[in-house]
Design a binder for this molecule. Structure first.
Ligand code: SF4
Length: 345
């Protein structure tokens, strides 16, 4: 691929810093170069809702991980640049094995996905022979390959209800989503892995109750797709916020609800990246984060410098072993077939 002067100048500034690739600002020149390089590579750029605003703005599509994986599978382009965390890019590769999937920084992991390894799951399965394994989508390809049915926060209850009531269920890795599903289904023979996402640590019951008291007219939007707000989902069910003001919504549902809302203020329980899309959709509403520290450091590793480097160098490429991809695909497809797995388009 020919290297232009603009590309060289921008690329010369990229360096690998303590929190990922840095050295490039999101200027109009950068955005133009990113778009040009994407065309040259026949690539489509997908950005998760929790990405930096400048990454969302330069992308072809913005959405949640499942919606983006579906877009990846249907895209005409042969290369997918997935601006999100590693398990999401892996899921896109599982659903589109013939495509080249790139992630701007493969070190962008996920504390929830990392809370269970394939070996730990094998050992857990051995303790409960015959149990059905239900995994939230925030898992590695290796764990998905050992899973019977994947689920999103939108269809987790339907997925568990679809399983023979006499069969044990192993639910992983998110303990808050697991507790929510157990409460909703009343299922006793369900075991829950004690995993969690570091981002939701600040969204606790006291904080939510306090927010309800100090913002008596505000509505609460909870988008638990990524694990960062599953604790809010659980707490809302416990009554920490008045039920009539709580809306548990997918990404698309959240944008529609924002456009239709007559409230002056909406509190948002999710990773703060989501605020960018909401403020664009309904500029008249004051959107406030329930916890403004709820920022995912892994998502924020996809910087302007990382995206530029990715498009220039064709790195980092995501590989999933073919047999593993096939097994993982089966668990993801079972998820898509049950209930509303849409989770947020
Ligand atoms: S917000 Fe939490 S669950 Fe989502 S990618 Fe970050 S660490 Fe993982």
């Amino acid at each position: 691929m020919a290297t232009t002067t603009a590309q060289r100048t921008l690329m010369d500034s990229v360096f690998d810093g303590p929190t990922g690739y840095a050295g490039v600002e999101a200027t109009p020149e950068w955005a133009q170069e990113v778009r040009r390089l994407a065309r040259e590579r026949n690539a489509t750029i997908l950005a998760h809702n929790y990405q930096l605003p400048e990454i969302q703005d330069v992308a072809d599509h913005v959405g949640d991980s499942l919606a983006l994986s579906r877009i990846a599978a249907e895209a005409e382009e042969g290369t997918i640049v997935f601006c999100g965390v590693h398990f999401m890019a892996e899921t896109a590769k599982i659903l589109s094995p013939a495509k080249t999937v790139l992630i701007p920084d493969q070190r962008a992991g996920c504390s929830l996905a990392d809370s269970i390894s394939a070996d730990e799951l094998r050992a857990w399965k051995a303790e409960h022979p015959g149990a059905m394994v239900v995994s939230y989508v925030n898992t590695t390809a290796e764990v998905k390959a050992l899973t019977d049915i994947c689920c999103t926060s939108s269809n987790a209850v339907d997925v568990v209800e679809s399983i023979d009531p006499d069969r044990e269920v192993l639910f992983l890795p998110d303990q808050f989503l697991g507790a929510h599903v157990k409460r909703e289904t009343g299922r006793e023979n369900m075991h829950i892995w004690a995993g969690e996402c570091h981002v939701h640590a600040g969204i606790n019951g006291d904080e939510l109750t306090e927010q309800a008291r100090t913002h008596p007219d505000a509505e609460l939007f909870v988008h638990p797709e990524c694990g960062c707000a599953t604790s809010a989902l659980y707490l809302a069910g416990e009554g920490a916020f008045p039920a009539e003001r709580v809306h548990i919504l997918s990404t698309g549902g959240m944008i529609d609800a924002a456009k239709a809302s007559h409230s002056n203020q909406v509190l948002v329980a999710t990773e703060i990246g989501m605020l960018h899309q909401l403020r664009k959709a309904a500029p008249g509403i004051d959107f406030q984060a329930v916890n403004d520290r709820a920022s995912c450091k892994y998502m924020k590793m996809i910087t302007p410098a990382a995206l530029l480097r990715c498009l220039v160098e064709g790195a980092d490429e995501v590989h999933v072993d073919l047999a593993m991809a096939e097994a993982g695909r089966a668990s993801v497809q079972r998820m898509i077939a049950i209930g509303n797995s849409g989770g947020g388009e």
